[in-house]
Design a binder for this molecule. Structure first.
Ligand code: FES
Length: 365
């Protein structure tokens, strides 16, 4: 047994005020718990999952709940929750002497990480051979039981048909409206490293279906074609729900120096009854640039009949019947596929991109 290293962490009083708190003992974070029977527990303050601060979590009975993704560890023994006991953090002896709390820094039990099957999305990003692949993302929102005509969706389908039939590309259409997925819950706001790849929600919730979008954008597709209506001068609410969940893709650059999107192309179809096209396009271009996508020359097509055009039925009829818009959608995907083909042949993006990237400075630890 290792030699004891008892350390005085302070008067007992403050440790009885809160059920759980973190102390740094010789630089080591320890989660100190105080229980209803007046006793104390001490375990490592570093979670087995992604290093979350256990001392900042909360107690659920005898278990500490990690504040980042809710893994649980016994507050005295460090054992994982029932069924995951082997996944344990170090435990420490703790005692009270002369009104002071003492912790033995030499751990009583050791850390053990039970191997977890990695999520399929966590595999290395490696393009399989084959023709250019175009993923279409339709972001319009509607009643699934009573679908209506959508101009942006129609133009997206036109583009995908052209890509498949005339350009020999493989295509995949994803309608966000058909997927059940949670909004981003702000793991990044807890700590930059609490936002993981794959997304923490995707890893924890097998019912969340945004994995299909991640798969198409990060692994499968060479081109992503995003179609949106304009709603109150902005892309659709479903677009924003997807965009917020993409934080995990962008954040990998910042936290792990890992660029997931390389040599991929994005282009956009924007259809609005009224205007603000350039602001919508600007948002989408800025966001997809931050993810690492490249753009063809003239990377979007858009349509609006203008600020005063409240006769929406005429707008719908216009889009439905417009040969020009359909041709424009076909030409847009043509430009995107041509650029993707060039990128596939040349692979110009270097293997390593310095972490600065868009930030131009390193993250402050
Ligand atoms: S649950 Fe603790 S870091 Fe994820």
């Amino acid at each position: 047994m290792a030699e004891a290293k008892w350390r005085d962490v302070g008067p007992v009083g403050p440790f009885t005020v809160k059920p759980l708190q973190e102390v740094l003992v010789d630089g080591t974070p320890i989660a100190i718990s105080h229980h209803a029977d007046g006793t104390f527990g001490a375990v490592s303050g570093v979670c087995n999952h992604a290093g979350g601060p256990l001392g900042d979590g909360h107690l659920d009975g005898e278990y500490i709940v990690c504040p980042w993704h809710q893994w649980k560890f016994h507050a005295r023994t460090g054992a994982g929750e029932p069924g995951f006991e082997e996944d344990c953090v170090p435990s420490h002896e703790v005692k009270v002497e002369a009104g002071r709390l003492l912790v033995n820094l030499a751990p009583l039990t050791r850390r053990h990480k039970k191997p977890h099957e990695p999520h399929p999305l966590a595999r290395p990003v490696k393009r399989d051979p084959g023709p250019v692949r175009v993923a279409g993302i339709s972001t319009t929102s509607m009643d699934r039981k009573a679908p209506r005509y959508s101009g942006s969706d129609d133009l997206l389908q036109t583009a995908l048909r052209h890509a498949e039939t005339d350009l020999g590309a493989e295509t995949r259409l994803i309608r966000l409206n058909d997927l059940s997925f949670r909004s981003c819950e702000g793991f990044y706001s807890k700590a930059a490293r609490a936002c993981t790849w794959p997304c923490s929600i995707t890893q924890m919730d097998p019912k969340d279906e945004l994995d299909r979008v991640y798969e198409a954008l990060v692994h499968w597709g060479d081109v992503v074609l995003v179609a949106t209506p304009i709603r109150w001068g902005a892309p659709s609410s479903l677009y924003y729900r997807m965009a917020e969940r993409m934080n995990c893709v962008q954040n990998q650059v910042t936290t792990h120096d890992r660029v997931l999107i390389r040599n991929k192309v994005a282009a956009f179809i924007i259809v609005g009854g009224q205007d603000n096209i350039q602001a919508v396009a600007g948002q989408m271009l800025g966001f997809f640039a931050e993810l690492g996508f490249l753009f063809p020359q003239f990377p979007y097509i858009a349509h609006s009949r203008g600020w005063t055009a409240e006769d929406m039925e005429k707008n719908v009829a216009f889009v439905r019947e417009s040969r020009e818009l359909k041709d424009g959608a076909a030409e847009l995907v043509g430009r995107a596929v041509a650029l993707a083909q060039h990128l596939l042949e040349e692979r110009p993006t270097p293997d390593r991109i310095e972490r600065g990237g868009r930030k131009a400075h390193r993250m402050t630890e």
